[in-house]
Each structure stands twice: as structure tokens, then as C-alpha cells.
Design a protein. Sequence first.
Length: 300
Amino acid sequence: MIRHILCPVDHSQAAEHAVEQAAAVGASVGARLTLLHVVPPLQMAFPDGTTALLTELRPQDEQQIRVWMDEYRRVAEQRGVTTELAIVTGRPDDAIVAHAATSGVDLIVMATHGYAGMKHLLLGSVTERVLRQASCPVLTVPPHAEAVRRGPFTRVLCPIDFSDCSLRALEFAMTTAQTRGAELLLAHVLEWPWPEPPAPNFDDLPAQEAAALTRFRTQREESARRRLVTLEPEGWHDRCRSLVLHGTPHVALLQFAADRQVDAIVLGITGRNAVDLAVFGSTTNHIIRRAECPVITVKA
């Protein structure tokens, strides 16, 4: 259950989108919301060549920050969400993760760019470091997330590769969809040595080889579909669909999400540290960078 949402903010349009999404989620599940602003410490240089970090925030600076944060609070409270403000100093990603851990946060909602002013999620950005380190699910909001204006999620996509992390994501996706009465879409992507879609034409091959490749493709598709069906929640036949897609995973999933006007994509990831670059930096990272809807990452 999502009872406490944390939304890190700065004074940017991207943060406004994140607050709107956090408020929409909070209103739909009855969760309280904390808006957090992190002020990086100021490095002071002295005549003797020494330096020190200034971690105390001046009262006048804090007051100025609270003025624009109050605007965000009013946006959330207009949806009936109990909202509090928090201002801390420190390295943004460390402070966000620490606040989430010590405050019993169930979900972090962040823009894909903000503090660093980046237009895309890049290695080293605050958002990606939070994605790697946070123990709770993280919902990232792209700049043009239409789901914000539609309100609660009505169609949730959960890519499944049958790994433990994707099954963990499915659990979260089921809870998310059930809470909101949303449609749940389970999708497995088959990637081939040849580009798809469309399906290849094997007419130029010898008949025996063409028949073997056709059978192989059909068998893989049927096997994936059978495995997906076993994962469908019992009693959800009217609002859960299993689909097998073909092609490069992130391309196929993003195209499907756009075609079906998906409100949120729920992804499982194996971990959130530097050793996971090979996994995290591929399909998941591509989807977070390019998705036009919010993306929720769930750590296995």
C-alpha cells in the first residue's frame, strides 16, 4: 500500500509536473505527500587556502524557498492530499534517499530532470542516482506526461521477461491497477537476429529452412503467451490482457505504450548500484529517457 509519497522539487517546470503527478497518485490512494527541497551546501574559501562547507541555511533563504514551495503545496491540497514541506541541505541524491528511508516513504515521484537542468536522464544525474539507490519504488515523470492531466492511471503496462525483478514489478503493477480499477497490460518482447516488425518473409530460403524458422518463431510466441497467461490475476479477465510483441524491447514497448495510450509503465530492475550498468543502462534507461508517460521502477 502507498501511504506516504515523497516528491523532491526545485523551482522548475519539470518539478511542477512531478508535483501534479504525485498529487494525482496521492489523491487516488489516500496517501500523504512530502515535498522536499535539497539545498546543496555552499563551499567557503578562506584566505589561508582552506575550505569549509556551509550547511546552515539562512532564515531569509529558507523563507524565500518556502514561498514557491507553498505554491506546490496548494496544487496538491486542491486535490485533497495532506501535504507537508521539508527543506534540507546536502547532496541532493543522498538527501532524497536518506529522507525516504527515515520517513517511511512508499513511493518517490521525481521529474526526469530538474536539479541539474538536464533535458534527458543521463548517467550521473540526480534522478538516476536516486533510481539506483532508493529501496522503494520510484516514479519518474517526463516533461510532457499527459497522464498528469488525465488524473489517476487507467491503463498500466508491465513488461515481463519472466525474471524475478519483472515478477516483482508485476506485483506492484497489480496493486496499482487494482487500487485504481485500471486495465493491466502484460507484455513480453521477443527479440530476433533479424529486425521486426514486420515479420520476415522466408520465401527466399530453402523450403526446409523456411519451415523450420517459421515453426521456431511460432513456438516461441506461443510459449511466451502461455507463460504470460499464467501470470494474469485470477478474476481479472475483463481488464487484464497478455500480449507478445516483436523487436528491440525498448522500441517495441514504447511504441505499444504510445499506441495504446498507456498511463504508466511499471518496470522491474535487479538493483540500483554501479555494477548494474549493463542491465540498468539498456532497456530500462531507454524507456525512462523516451517514455511519454510516467515510469515506475521497482527493485527486486
